[in-house]
Design a protein around this ligand. Structure first.
Ligand code: ACO
Length: 329
């Protein structure tokens, strides 16, 4: 019966800008090297949005691909939920721009902010709307133009980030990829370790805020590094346990692509082989909210997702926030 079915992923799409910024390009801009970046992060190149395009442009392209994949019409969409830390504007929401650009005229639309974990948070919200019967078709988007808030004169941050977008359609389905459950967490005592301090109510844009470069991403790299490994390890264990699964039952982990060493250390702590994790950080860097849906799309295209397999999406980011979602593929 339709009522007993749970939210499932019925379509996936992603979009990466064409322009590539390689480590060799960065060597010409700052005091760094391809060798350092690859060894410390696993990143070889990242994509950068073309001049004049915005987060909602990338998001709309990814959304139209997900819509086509799900074989629905934009007019079927009831709700658009977008996770982004680089909205086109503080307001109106990026979701409203996406609604217009894809012609989803019936949909209500809003954004959420949970930094790099935002796509998992957005999935949890979309899943609840579907499971409660409030909506039949939800578009969940993770999209970022991180190049717009990256300080390309700061070698400690600028090597990490890239632009891109990913999207999924959620619906009830008898045959498609059911979201078994989503587990979310936050720790507001650590707001300072990963932050863009300028532009909000605390430090509104001013000559001073621009002079102090407050409108760029700032982080305490080593602290974030350790926190990320601990939180990711714990949430993966916790989410498996809540669902009465052993870690070995998970066929593929699709993590937020933050740093290859964070991903490797997490897998090591869990005692899981590296073959069980999907990695594409070498090509795109850290795209925050967009990284999990882009990786999900690529995992499917490269046939890493088999029917019936247990897949875990997992992310950690500013806030702090973290979360994991289990899907039966
Ligand atoms: N090129 C060359 N040298 C560099 C560069 C660079 N791009 N950046 C830093 N260095 C130097 C430093 O100045 C330092 O030099 P020193 O020893 O003379 O002082 C040395 O390299 C080591 O610096 P560390 O900061 O200790 O390097 P580390 O191994 O910790 O790597 C990194 C830095 C990659 C930022 C890492 O800490 C990290 O990935 N942290 C977490 C990432 C993060 O915060 N992501 C934000 C999003 S949240 C998320 O996605 C989880």
């Amino acid at each position: 019966m339709q009522q007993n079915l749970k939210a499932s992923i019925t379509g996936i799409g992603s979009y990466l800008p064409k322009k590539v910024l390689t480590n060799y390009d960065l060597e010409k801009m700052i005091d760094t090297s391809d060798d350092w970046i690859v060894k410390r992060t696993g990143i070889k190149e990242r994509r950068i949005v073309e001049n004049g395009l915005t987060t909602s442009d990338l998001a709309a392209k990814a959304s139209l691909r997900a819509i086509k994949d799900a074989k629905v019409s934009p007019k079927n969409i009831d709700i658009i939920i977008t996770s982004t830390i680089t909205p086109d504007h503080f307001f109106p929401s990026t979701s409203c721009y996406i609604q217009r650009k894809i012609g989803a005229t019936r949909a209500c639309a809003f954004d959420i902010l949970a930094a790099c974990s935002g796509f998992i948070y957005a999935i949890a919200i979309g899943e609840s709307f579907i499971n409660s019967g409030t909506a039949n078709t939800v578009l969940v988007v993770g999209a970022e133009c991180l190049s717009k808030i990256t300080d390309y004169s700061d070698r400690t941050t600028c090597v990490l980030f890239g632009d891109g977008a990913g999207a999924v359609i959620l619906q009830k389905s008898r045959t498609m990829h059911e979201i078994i459950s989503t587990n979310l967490a936050a720790d507001g005592s650590q707001t300072d370790v990963l932050i863009m301090p300028g532009g909000g109510a605390k430090n509104p844009a001013s000559i001073e805020s621009v002079r102090k470069r407050m409108h760029f991403i700032q982080f305490r790299g080593r602290e974030v590094f350790k926190l990320a490994i601990n939180k990711l390890t714990n949430i993966i264990k916790e989410t498996a346990k809540k669902n009465k699964l052993e870690l070995e039952d998970i066929d593929l982990i699709i993590p937020h692509q933050s740093n290859l060493r964070i991903i490797e250390a997490t897998m090591e702590k869990l005692g899981l082989p590296f073959e069980k994790v999907f990695v594409n950080i070498d090509k795109y860097g850290n795209t925050s909210s967009a990284s999990v849906p882009i990786a999900l799309d690529e995992a499917r295209k490269t046939k890493r997702l088999r029917k019936g397999s247990i897949v875990m999406l997992v992310a950690f980011g500013g806030g702090l926030t973290w979360g994991a979602s289990i899907i039966k593929w």
